[in-house]
Ligand binder design. Structure first.
Ligand code: 5GP
Length: 192
């Protein structure tokens, strides 16, 4: 998605540890116009996949997730990173290891929001090693739903997650694919 790549080029900062900071339009401040286009693009890509629900993870997956769900006319469910006091009902849990933070966190979704046989589209802001998406797939499996696709705003293809998903037969669509952040430069897949 050229608009997204242009925005990453103009606003993105490369931090140590192969981390791309895009806080001005996705991870802190959110650009609703761009998120609308992200939602339209994912909706276009997955319109024939029979999606019944979008699943994402708080906090940064919510903006692209809700715009995609809006375009597909289905609900959005976002996994919580901490079990809130108000969440007393039965929940599905999954461990998510963060390579950047070197800690394992748990994510949870209330069982009543995922129904057996549903076709889920998993949306997230970034794909690196794939741990967050694997956690959501784990929850989808516990709920006996089907993961019909995975839509990622920015995939860092050099960090294993993209390969894992493809090798395990998941349909992956990434709107921007970065194959290197060496020398503090963003290098997109297919770029000379
Ligand atoms: P993974 O679980 O695939 O290793 O990492 C994905 C999660 O880590 C994303 O949900 C995102 O929150 C965070 N993340 C991974 N890499 C980056 C990055 O380069 N920049 C930002 N802002 N977040 C990242």
């Amino acid at each position: 998605m050229k608009l997204l790549e242009d925005r990453i080029r103009s606003d993105g900062d490369v931090l140590p540890g192969n981390v791309l900071k895009i806080n001005s339009f996705l991870n802190h401040q959110v650009d609703p116009e761009l998120m609308k286009k992200v939602g339209e693009e994912f909706s276009h890509l997955f319109k024939d996949s029979g999606i019944t629900k979008v699943l994402t993870c708080e906090a940064s997956g919510i903006a692209p997730g809700v715009m995609t769900a809006y375009e597909l006319h289905v609900p959005l469910v976002f996994a919580r990173k901490k079990k809130p006091a108000t969440l007393n009902d039965a929940v599905y849990w999954a461990d998510v290891y963060s390579y950047t933070k070197k800690v394992t966190n748990q994510i949870c979704v209330e069982q009543k929001f995922l129904h057996k046989g549903e076709r889920l589209l998993i949306i997230d802001d970034f794909l690196a090693n794939g741990e967050a998406v694997k956690g959501m797939i784990n929850i989808a499996n516990q709920a006996e739903t089907e993961v019909a696709g995975v839509g990622i705003v920015v995939a860092k293809t050099f960090q294993g997650g993209s390969e894992w998903l493809k090798n395990h037969g998941y349909r992956l669509e990434a709107l921007a694919e970065i194959d290197s952040l060496a020398n503090n430069q963003v290098h997109f897949v297919g770029e000379k």
